[in-house]
Design a protein around this ligand. Structure first.
Ligand SMILES: [Zn+2]
Ligand SMILES: [Zn+2]
Length: 169
């Protein structure tokens, strides 16, 4: 779905779309959609800018950074975005927009692809560190066992201290 300036000059556009898992390309990222993504919103012109606001919901499947177990992250995000045509950059100073936390993007050509907006919003929603649960114990650095399933029996990390390796070498 392309949200075009031409159409917005005639009327607002109501956005309501579902992207099935796999429909959006996350560019080979280490996660994928685990559920359909539903996006609802409104696109309209505010001066020369395209404003798109709405809400999206989905679930993302990714591997826990600590224990590598597959984990699901619920995504629910409100967005309120402004886009300027690259052609209008020279006139930006004349345009008055509220200053609070505005995300301003640029578009080239006819308009903006909804899929690009949605994909970007999903990526922005993901936490920096993905963990399956706050107290995930991760993998043993020695044998690779999942420590959430119990101790693996390896000696505690102190056994690998620099002091020990100096003595051994
Ligand atoms: Zn984990
Ligand atoms: Zn171990």
């Amino acid at each position: 779905m392309l949200i075009t300036l031409q159409e917005l000059e005639l009327h607002r556009i109501v956005v309501s779309k579902t992207y099935a898992p796999g429909a959006l390309d996350y560019h080979g990222a280490e996660y994928r959609q685990g559920a359909p993504l539903q996006v609802n919103g409104i696109a309209e012109l505010v001066g020369p800018e395209i404003r798109i606001r709405g809400h999206l919901d989905t679930r993302i499947e990714a591997l826990c950074d600590r224990c590598l177990r597959r984990t699901e992250i619920p995504i629910a995000r409100d967005f309120d975005l402004f886009y300027r045509s690259v052609k209008t950059i020279a006139r930006v100073e004349e345009i008055e927009i509220p200053e609070d936390e505005l995300d301003i993007g640029f578009y080239e050509g006819e308009g903006i692809a909804l899929a690009d907006i949605v994909r970007e919003q999903v990526i922005l929603s993901l936490p920096m560190k993905i963990i399956c649960r706050p107290d995930c114990r991760g993998l043993c650095p020695n044998c690779g066992a999942d420590l959430n399933r119990g101790d693996c029996g390896c000696p505690p990390p102190e056994a690998n201290s620099p002091f020990t390796s100096l003595k051994g070498g």
